[in-house]
Design a protein around this ligand. Sequence first.
Ligand SMILES: Nc1ncnc2c1ncn2[C@@H]1O[C@H](COP(=O)(O)OP(=O)(O)OP(=O)(O)O)[C@@H](O)[C@H]1O
Length: 256
Amino acid sequence: MPILDVRHLSKIYEGKVAHQALHNIRFTVEQGEFVGIMGPSGSGKTTLLNLIATMDQPTAGEVMINGRNPHLLSRNEAALFRRRELGFVFQHFNLLDTLTVEENIVLPLMLESAPLNMMEDKVKHIAAQLGIGSILPKRTYEISGGQMQLAAIARALIQEPSLILADEPTGNLDSKASREVMSTLSASSREASATILMVTHDPVAASYCDRVLFIKDGQLYNELYCGDHRQAFFQRIIDMLALLGGKSHDLSTIRF
Ligand SMILES: Nc1ncnc2c1ncn2[C@@H]1O[C@H](COP(=O)(O)OP(=O)(O)OP(=O)(O)O)[C@@H](O)[C@H]1O
């Protein structure tokens, strides 16, 4: 059974003029897969992520996560479902600056009232995996952007959610930090067999995925698999983006 099964998903934003943001989207993501979503600005990426994150209701179709349809749950059940089954990584890290890195990472376990020794073991293990053991006692203003994003990734991984949703995780990082974060994310996702769906405009970030789905005008346009050579995959992503068009990418400035 796939971890994520998106079935014939459509979204129409009602208003003075109704707008169809997504049209009959279908795809699945298997356990342990790292999948990217790309497409020109306005193609429907955020809408898709919001529907999967249960932040919004589809007009038609369904989303199954780990065999359950979260859109059929009550408000409270959906909130619990999000907390237990989903992990989130955002462009702006969303760490609490009054807490240390370690406290930020264990926050999801504290909300579940997990035993203290279990929390300590888990945070040590995950920090070692992501190479951020030395910054655990620090506060967010004492660490770099890349380290902040790794801390946010650790917070998303610590509960071992069914699915991690990442929204432009490198959007606030320079290219060196982006590469470090993406290489650590893909390695640790492989190690932990975490399932990740990542929306990105960044072809370098996307080249760390196992597979990238391309959306155009609210419809699935194509998909590419990484294969054995990441550099060749990066080039195929660039070629596909050029084919897709749209004004959000200045491809001439992007280097592998
Ligand atoms: N709440 C809303 N009400 C009406 N229209 C919306 C709403 N949210 C998004 N849209 C429209 O739906 C389409 C898809 O928007 P969406 O934000 O999902 O695109 P995107 O691919 O994430 O774009 P970007 O890359 O610029 O973030 C766009 O035409 C947008 O204007």
